[in-house]
Design a protein. Structure first.
Length: 214
């Protein structure tokens, strides 16, 4: 990891903007940014924001959603957390809290605005972004994103084939709340997942490796 990226990560992990300069109500707990990056990872998983379990563990996707996502990608636990090969960069680095119904709030807007462009400027080697959920898709695809996650994910072939140094593959969120969506859209498992697995395997290689979370 280069010194510029190390300095930037130190800034991110010390960030207090959602407490000291919030756009809306301050973060209801101490910030705990969760992300994994390196200057060698060619694959990045872009999620929404940490949930309560990830906030407690400090490890991204260390919950049932992560288990399903790893199944979709057909990767081992060791491969997924090998920071040399897989970066994990949510739209919001800290758990945003929950609403009055107990559901997680959206990612904090301050986070992407302050850090996202600076961070990806340090990661020119990224070849594929797996965009999990609507927040990631709208930010990274811009006008190419559909009006809904379903519309965007249905267009996955066109999105993946767009020319450019980095390619994008949109996914629904792997939460249990999307079980109904998965049943209503069987093409996702039949058509998209095999392509996702081929792309991931191409970038990771055939041999699992032991990695660590940074």
């Amino acid at each position: 990891m280069g010194p510029s990226l190390e300095r930037l990560l130190a800034e991110i992990r010390g960030c207090q903007v959602c407490v000291e300069e919030p756009d809306r109500k301050p973060l209801p707990h101490a910030p705990r940014p969760v992300l994994c990056v390196s200057t060698t990872a060619r694959l990045v998983v872009v999620g929404q924001a940490p949930g309560t379990r990830v906030h407690a563990s400090g490890v991204p996707f260390s919950d049932p959603s992560g288990e399903r996502l790893r199944g979709w990608m057909a990767v081992t636990h060791e491969e997924f957390y090998d920071v040399r090969r897989v970066a994990i960069i949510p739209m919001g680095f800290c758990y945003p809290g929950h609403d009055t119904k107990g559901a997680d709030l959206p990612p904090r807007r301050e986070c992407a605005r302050r850090w996202r462009l600076r961070l990806f400027d340090q990661l020119p080697q990224i070849e594929l972004m797996v965009l999990v959920g609507g927040y990631a898709q709208r930010w990274h695809l811009g006008r190419s994103a559909g009006l809904s996650v379903t519309e965007t994910v249905r267009a996955w072939r066109n999105i993946l084939e767009r020319p450019g140094p980095c390619r994008y593959l949109p996914l629904p969120h792997p939460s249990w709340r999307n079980n109904g969506w998965l049943k209503a859209n069987p093409w996702f498992e039949v058509e998209l997942l095999p392509c996702l697995r081929r792309e991931v395997r191409h970038l990771l290689g055939s041999e699992p490796s032991s990695g660590r979370v940074l």
